[in-house]
Design a binder for this molecule. Structure first.
Ligand SMILES: Cc1cc2nc3c(=O)[nH]c(=O)nc-3n(C[C@H](O)[C@H](O)[C@H](O)COP(=O)(O)OP(=O)(O)OC[C@H]3O[C@@H](n4cnc5c(N)ncnc54)[C@H](O)[C@@H]3O)c2cc1C
Ligand code: SF4
Length: 282
């Protein structure tokens, strides 16, 4: 029915890609699978990206929590239990619980306190329209295509793909915050306004003036090359900043720093990046 009525909309509902739990019982089975097979490795790989790996060792449970099929506290208790019984290492359990009841509750309180004005913030004056390839996935940038393809097929991409690839691109390119927010909101199965807005407007785009994060998560190809195997598969060269083969993330990164120099010049956490420029200015 969905294919019939909405066949030309972005996203896929083929039986290979649509394997989401829709009952409490099957959501519990998904949680069990995470605790049995991925929790122990969660901390070791949570910031890494490998081509073709959709979950890495992430839990992929956010949609079930948000819709009420699973309770965050029962998951935190189960993770704790896995540590106490020697099944999962402390660093992984700590990392998982910190996301689940640290970040999740923090963004909830941010939304409660700051809305509705927060949604309209655009402190970096970003006004570029969202590129068409966010809907079609038609781009040569391997890392971006990888993230977009995961989202098209599964309505999911793990946190680092959201933050450091798709979000980072939008931050550097100066994409209009509310348009970015609405794309994420439309495409992700776990998309809820209260969790999307602080993550996109705050964490990713720094459009809130630094309420959620004390510095923007801006990164060049150097970071992406270090944290993934994407660049090896890409037609661009992560080490080049100019020329036809140069990775677009590099010129976008320097352009972002240059056009926001005045805003971040005094930010203590960005001194390492700006110090050489400030010295030159003197
Ligand atoms: C641009 C962007 C948009 C996002 N939009 C959403 C959204 O609409 N809905 C949503 O639930 N999460 C959102 N997140 C947060 C986070 O990326 C997802 O919760 C996580 O990727 C879900 O996958 P997982 O269950 O495998 O998480 P795991 O990596 O296994 O983490 C465990 C749990 O911690 C919670 N969590 C982790 N990070 C965050 C965070 N930053 N904010 C809130 N909860 C967090 C989630 O409940 C998640 O299930 C967004 C992050 C970014 C950068
Ligand atoms: S070279 Fe650039 S565009 Fe290609 S995968 Fe690496 S960071 Fe992404």
């Amino acid at each position: 029915m969905v294919n019939h009525h909405f066949g030309d909309h972005p996203g896929s509902v083929s039986s290979e890609s649509w394997n989401l739990a829709v009952t409490r019982e099957s959501a519990l089975a998904e949680a069990q699978d995470f605790f049995d097979h991925r929790l122990d490795q969660f901390g070791l790989t949570q910031d890494a990206m490998i081509a073709g790996q959709i979950s890495m060792n992430h839990s992929m449970l956010s949609a079930y929590i948000n819709v009420g099929l699973l309770h965050p506290l029962e998951l935190a208790r189960e993770a704790e239990h896995r540590y106490l019984t020697g099944v999962a290492r402390l660093s992984s359990v700590e990392g998982y619980i910190r996301q689940l009841i640290g970040w999740r509750e923090f963004v909830w309180r941010t939304y409660q306190r700051m809305m509705p004005e927060y949604r309209t913030r655009n402190t970096l004056n970003a006004h570029t329209p969202l590129p068409e390839f966010f809907w079609s996935t038609d781009t040569d940038m391997f890392c971006v295509k990888e993230g977009l393809t995961h989202v098209q097929e599964r309505a999911y991409a793990h946190h680092i793909l959201r933050l450091m690839i798709l979000g980072n691109f939008c931050l550097l390119a100066g994409i209009e915050p509310i348009e970015t927010n609405d794309w994420f909101w439309a495409m992700f199965i776990d998309g809820y306004d209260w969790v999307m807005v602080p993550n996109v407007i705050g964490l990713v785009l720094h459009a809130d003036g630094g309420y959620v994060g004390t510095k923007p998560y801006a990164a060049s190809a150097n970071y992406i090359n270090k944290m993934s195997n994407y660049c090896k598969k890409c037609r661009y060269n992560p080490k080049l900043t100019v020329g036809a083969d140069a990775c677009p993330f590099n010129s976008l990164y320097w352009d972002f720093l240059s056009r926001n120099f005045k805003t971040f010049q005094k930010n203590q956490r960005m001194q390492i990046i700006f110090r050489p420029v400030s010295t030159l200015e003197k």
